[in-house]
Design a protein around this ligand. Sequence first.
Ligand SMILES: C[S@@+](CC[C@H](N)C(=O)[O-])C[C@H]1O[C@@H](n2cnc3c(N)ncnc32)[C@H](O)[C@@H]1O
Length: 507
Amino acid sequence: MVALAKRKQDEFQAFYTNCNYITSYMVGLLQCHGDVSILDPCAGEGAFIEGLMAVNDVPNITAYELNNDSVKILQSKYSDSSNIKIEQEDFLLPFQLNFKKFDRVIANPPYGAYQSPEKRKQLKNDYPRLYAKETYGLFLIKAMELLKDNGRLVFIVPDTYLTLHMHEGLRKELLRSYEIESIVLFPSNFFPSVNFGYAGLSIISIVNKTPSNTYSFPVYNGLSTSKELPDLLTAKRKKYEICRLTYSQLSNNPSSAFFLPSKRWINLALSTNSLKVGDICSVVTGFYSGNDGKYLRRSASVTRGVKKYAIINSDEVCNDDLSIKPPLDGLNNSSCWVPIVKGGNKRFYKSSEWFMDWSEEAIYDYKVVNKKRARFQNPQYYFHQGIGVPMVSSSSITASLIDGRLFDQSIVGIFPKNKSENLTYFMLGFFNSTVCNDLIRTINASTNNSANYIKKIPVIMPNEMMLNQITNEVKRVLTLSKKRDIAYDDLIKLNKYYDGLYGAKSA
Ligand SMILES: C[S@@+](CC[C@H](N)C(=O)[O-])C[C@H]1O[C@@H](n2cnc3c(N)ncnc32)[C@H](O)[C@@H]1O
C-alpha cells in the first residue's frame, strides 16, 4: 500500500519524481545524443522534461498526461517550446499515435491507478496475457511497443514484476523480444514522500533488440541513499553489482521469474529439477461461510472481534474425531459447532478458539442458498491431517498443524499426498524453518504465501534416519507450542537440520 492514499492519488497515482538523483540517473541511462525523439507517456508536471532539457539543448519530446491540472501546468511551462508536444490523452487507450515510434521513452508510470470496470475490460482485451489491474506493467508494455528498433526506454517501477506470478506475461515478452540493459533495486523511501509496505522500487533500462539466449544483464542493489544512483553511470557501479541474470536461466525458472541469486544454495535449490512442494502435497485454500457474523463463534479467551462474534457454549462444540468420517453434509445433533483453524502467525499449534456452525441447515446455506458468497471449496481436505500456512506473513513464514479440524480461507492448507503422509511433521518443521522462508521470499519477494508460490518451493528429502530425527524434534517443539509461544531459540536445532539438508550454511 502506498502511504499517501488520497483519492486524487488513487485515481492518477500522481507521485512526481521530485528527486534530482533519480531523474538525472534515468536521463543519463537514456543516452539521448543528437536529434532523438523522446516520449514521456505520463508526464505529470514535467519532472523528466526538465531533466532532459538540462542536458540536451532541444530534445524532441512528446508528453502524454491525463490529469487536467497537470496538463495546465505542462502547457504553462512549455507552450513556447515548439519541440515539446503536450497531449491530454489516456496513454493506455488506443488513440491515434499515427503509429509514430520513438527513439527513447522515459517514465514514472502510475502504480495500480484506479480504472473503471469498462476500461479494465478493454485493457484485458487489448493485453490478454498481462495483469490489467496493475497499470505500471501496461504502461511498460505499451511503451516497449512504441520503441523504434534499437530504441531505449527507462522506467521507474515497483520491483514486483521480478517475481509475481501475475507479471509472467510481461517477463516472457521482455525475454522474447527485448534486451534488458540493467536493473537497479532500492527501497521505496528513496522516492520523497512515498513508502510502499509491500515492495521496493526499481529502475529498468530496456532496448528494443532481439536478445540471444546467452544474453545477460547486471542487477544493482545495496545503495544506501538516492545520492549514490548517479554512481551507477560510472565505473563505481561494479561495487553495487549483485549478479548478472542470464536470459536462458530466467526462461527456465518457474513462470520465468527473475530470482536474484543472493545465496548460492538458493540458486542451486531453485535451478535443479528438484522435487517441489506441489509434487508431494496438495496445496489448497480453505473454507468461508459467507457470513461469519452469523456462523462463526469464538471461545471466551478470544478478545478480538468481541462485538461481531458470539461466545460458544462448550456443550455446542463437537468433540468427536472428525477425521475418521469427515461430516461433509453437516451434523444432525445439538453439538454441531466444529473447530476451525484461522489465520494469524502462530507457529506449530493453534489451539481451538474459533468454531463454525456445521449443522445440516448451515451446510445447506453454504452450499446452496448462499453459495455465491460462501466458499465451500476443497471439502475433500476438511477435517484431515495437514499444515496451515497463513496467506500473509507478518515477518517470516509460519505454519501450524491442522489436526482433523476445518481451516479457513485466510490460510493455505498443505496436505501430504498418499505416499507422503509420513512427511506431515517433517513439512510442519520445514514451513517454520529459515531455509523455507529464504526460498519462498526468493520465489516471491512480497509477504504473500499464496498456494501458487508454496507449490513451487523445492523440497530436499532426508534419508530415513534423518527423517526420524527431524520428526522427533518437530514433535518436541509441537508439544512445547501447546504450552507457550515458540521463540527463535526453540528452533535452533530444527533450523540446523534443514540448513544441513539444503547446504544453507556451507554455500
Ligand atoms: C507517478 S506520476 C509521475 C509523473 C511524472 N512522470 C513524474 O515523474 O513526476 C504518474 C502520472 O501519470 C498520469 N496518468 C495516470 N494515468 C494516466 C493515463 N492513463 N494516461 C496518461 N497519464 C496518466 C497521472 O496523472 C500522473 O501525473
